[in-house]
Every structure is written in structure tokens, then in C-alpha cells.
Write a protein that binds this ligand. Structure first.
Ligand code: ATP
Length: 433
């Protein structure tokens, strides 16, 4: 099939009507300002590949910030702009965000020192992108609405299922693209092209990553670990010998691959069970990646990745305490609910899921799932307020009574509010006796 020149039908078919209307509105503002405007990047890639994506990235030939402001003025929404980059974010009333960038006309001397050439600013903008598959644009001005622009063979490479950089210095310019290449390859079931693959090997050999900040390295790794198929991606990183850039001792042997498989199962189970993905998926994967590391090794990896101090507890205290818990969960013959609750309630979801992935025995698995599904959310009906109403003087007795009532509830010894009251009264009388 010939390559597509118009994306209008695709947009009509695949975008929800509200979004299509929004794109038309963006186009109208561009028309009114006499600017050429385009949708670019991941949105266009995913549209052509029939993947859902409603992240709009707009490039305007001219002043993108003025464009964003005008749109916001007409449509009553907010704008955040970064004048040093010529970028802006339009924030719609419902929170929906649209990224806007400015492409400016640029003049450059051609290699043979021929006269200075003016090139289309959109083309230059697209040329600076990471991979050919990300270089398509769709014009949104009314007169040419939907025209698909493909300067660099994006459709050819989508057909060939290939991730390719645009030029040989791409990884010199930005080594994080190596990680992005792996992420896109795994996400779409593509392959990194031969030349691109050689350029990655060269980047590894020449140690391009030495000067890469931890923050940027971490944010790319996080994206990889949050994506659909982290196992394939980590395997590719290992294959290209990229893991040592995180820590010299980091490997991805069969044992760790099994652990990753097991983490994947646990996360799928958790997300289905609770319909909640508010925990940090990447952190569970990092725990798996660092499995077998001693504290010094973890220390060095966290330092390299500049992982923020607020996450350190998970990799220090919780990791250590989690290990002790798992030891008990695997071996102890009897652990009643209240004991299990007191043991595990100190651990964040990320660590509990990691422990579940590591658990070997039926007992340990059952205990962890019981805590997550049945015990974690249990609370007693009685509260400090009730005790106050009973005329008990506030003090350490409150915690003692409430803890004991909660234990009794967890262990199935009280059911109703009256049961709890009776128990509280008994405890208070005993304490006073
Ligand atoms: P995702 O679906 O994961 O969000 P995306 O393609 O939308 O993927 P973003 O990280 O949101 O990725 O980036 C938007 C666009 O900006 C990309 O399509 C890509 O063309 C470009 N881009 C992002 N990071 C880089 C980079 N490091 N070098 C060059 N271009 C980049």
C-alpha cells in the first residue's frame, strides 16, 4: 500500500469527536494568526500505527507561546509558558493538556559554503527528533487539515518495524536516546535498525553515558520499567551492556529474569484485583533489579541515578525489614491475623508486592495476599471519640484499648460495635483494677 498523504480520515475514525473538534479549534487559531500549525511526534506515530494516544504535541511555525495564549484567551483556559524554550502548555478547563512548541526559521550555511539556505522550520524541528518513526507531522490549518508530512521515511520504517536514528551523531547529541530506542522497540515489537544498533554499541564502547546526569538516566529507566514489557527491555539493556552504567555489578541472569516474570504476574494480579495503579510500578521493578545487591551497592546505584531522598526508605529500611518479614512469612508455622497485620502494616505497597513476587512457599504467598486483600484496610468501629464519650480520660490507655480492639476484630473475636464496646469496657476495668 502506498504511503498515506492525508491523515484526515484516520483522525475522524480514531479520535473521539471532542478531540477532533479541539484539533480543528487549534487550527482555526493558527489560521487567524497567519501561522502554520502541526500535530507532531508520538501522537502522529500512534495514529498511523492505530495505537491509542491522545497526547497532543503541537508545533507552530512562529511564536508558539503567542499562539497558546491566543487559544487560551478564546477558549477560556490557562497557559504555562517557558520563554527560554519558546514552549507552552495549554491547560484546558478539565485539566487536559496540550504541549505547544515554536519552530523558528533557521538559516544555515551549507557545507560547501554556498549561500546561506533557509529551510522549513518544521523540517528542522523534526530532524532534531530521536527516531524516524517520531518525525511525522499532521497539518491542522483549515486549508490543508490532515495533510500528513513525512520527510524522513517514518512510514517506511513503521512498515519495516524499525527504530532508526536520523543521523550518525544522534547518540552523541543525546545518549538517553539509547534507552528510548529500547523502549520503543519493546513497546511496538520493532527492531532497532542495524546502523542504529551499531551506533548504540559505539556509544557504549565510547562511554557516552559518563556525563549523562543521574536525573535523566533515571527518568528514562523509569519510563522503561513502567512500560508494558520491562523484561524484554532490561534484557536488551543487558545485551548492549548498558546495565553497568547504572552499577558495575548489575546483571540480568536467569534468576533475575525469573524474578521479573514473577513481579509481572504480581503486578497484573494487583492491578486487576484493586483497579488501583497509584503505587510506583517502577519502584517494584527497581527492587527486583537491585535484588542480591548489598547496601553499599544499592547506595552506589541510588547515587548514580540521583534518586530523590524521599524514595530512600524503600531501598534501605523497608528493604531490610521486608527481608526479615519474608523470612518469617516463609518459615513460621502459625501467624494469626493481628500478628500479620502488625508485621506488614509498616511496609508500603511497593515492598509488599515485591515480597509477594519473591515469596517461594504457599504459606508466604497466602499470608501476603491475605494481608493485601483482607487485612490492610480493616479498621475498628470504635474510635478515640467513642472513648472520650465514654468518659475515659485521654492518655496512653487510648492506644492500648484501640489496638486491642483492632486485634480482636482482625482475629474474628468481635463483630459488632457492641462487641467492641464490651471489650473496651472490660479492658478499661482491668486496667483500673
Ligand atoms: P510516549 O508515548 O512514551 O509518551 P512520545 O513519543 O510521546 O512517547 P515523549 O517523551 O512525550 O515521547 O516525547 C515527545 C516527542 O519528542 C517524541 O515523539 C520525540 O520525537 C521527541 N523527543 C523526546 N525525547 C527526545 C530526545 N531525547 N531526543 C529527541 N527527540 C525527543
Amino acid at each position: 500500500r502506498a504511503y498515506i498523504r492525508s491523515a484526515s480520515k484516520m483522525m475522524r475514525d480514531r479520535l473521539s469527536p471532542g478531540y477532533l473538534e479541539l484539533v480543528r479549534e487549534l487550527g482555526k487559531i493558527a489560521d487567524a494568526m497567519g501561522l502554520e500549525a502541526f500535530l507532531v511526534g508520538g501522537f502522529v506515530r500512534d495514529l498511523v500505527m492505530s495505537h491509542k494516544n491522545e497526547d497532543f504535541d503541537v508545533v507552530v511555525e512562529g511564536d508558539g507561546i503567542a499562539f497558546a495564549r491566543r487559544f487560551a484567551q478564546v477558549h477560556g483556559c490557562r497557559v504555562h509558558s517557558h520563554s527560554e524554550f519558546g514552549t507552552a502548555v495549554i491547560i484546558m478547563e478539565d485539566g487536559f493538556k496540550i504541549d505547544v512548541a515554536s519552530a523558528r526559521f533557521e538559516y544555515y550555511a551549507s557545507p560547501a559554503s554556498l549561500p546561506v539556505v533557509e529551510t522549513s522550520s518544521l523540517k528542522m524541528d523534526l530532524y532534531r527528533r530521536d527516531f524516524t518513526v517520531n518525525t511525522m507531522a499532521i497539518q491542522i490549518n483549515e486549508k490543508s487539515f490532515g495533510t500528513l508530512i513525512d520527510y524522513f521515511g517514518a512510514q517506511r520504517d513503521i512498515k519495516a518495524k524499525a527504530i532508526r536514528v536520523l543521523h550518525n551523531l544522534s547518540f552523541v547529541e543525546d545518549p538517553t536516546r539509547v534507552f528510548r530506542a529500547i523502549r520503543f522497540e519493546q513497546r511496538y515489537g520493532f527492531s532497532i535498525g542495524k546502523l542504529t544498533s551499531n551506533l548504540i554499541k559505539n556509544a557504549v564502547k565510547m562511554d557516552f553515558f559518563r556525563h549523562l546526569s543521574g536525573r535523566r538516566l533515571f527518568s528514562e529507566l523509569k519510563l522503561i520499567l513502567e512500560d508494558e514489557n520491562p523484561i524484554g527491555a532490561v534484557d536488551r539493556m543487558a545485551g548492549y551492556n548498558l546495565l553497568p552504567f547504572i552499577h558495575p555489578d548489575l546483571d540480568f541472569g536467569p534468576e533475575k529474569q525469573d524474578l521479573f516474570e514473577s513481579v509481572k504476574e504480581v503486578l497484573t494480579w494487583h492491578d486487576l484485583q484493586f483497579m488501583d495503579d497509584s503505587y510506583m510500578k517502577w519502584a517494584v521493578q527497581f527492587l527486583a533489579l537491585f535484588h542480591g545487591f548489598d547496601q553499599d551497592q544499592v547506595d552506589a546505584a541510588l547515587l548514580r541515578l540521583e534518586i530523590a531522598p524521599k524514595f530512600h526508605d524503600l531501598f534501605y529500611e523497608h528493604r531490610q525489614y521486608g527481608r526479615q518479614c519474608l523470612y518469617r512469612l516463609e518459615r513460621e508455622e502459625k501467624i494469626i491475623n493481628s500478628e500479620l497485620y502488625r508485621m506488614l502494616r509498616l511496609l508500603p505497597t511497593e515492598m509488599l508486592l515485591f515480597l509477594l513476587a519473591r515469596a517461594k512457599s504457599k504459606n508466604a504467598k497466602r499470608r501476603l495476599t491475605r494481608f493485601l486483600t483482607e487485612l490492610k484496610g480493616v479498621a475498628c468501629l470504635l474510635s478515640g471519640k467513642t472513648l472520650k464519650q465514654m468518659g475515659i480520660k485521654p492518655g496512653p490507655i487510648y492506644k492500648k484499648v484501640l489496638d486491642a480492639v483492632l486485634d480482636a476484630r482482625l482475629d474474628g473475636k468481635v463483630f459488632t460495635f457492641e462487641d467492641e464496646m464490651a471489650l473496651a469496657v472490660r479492658l478499661i476495668n482491668n486496667a483500673n483494677a
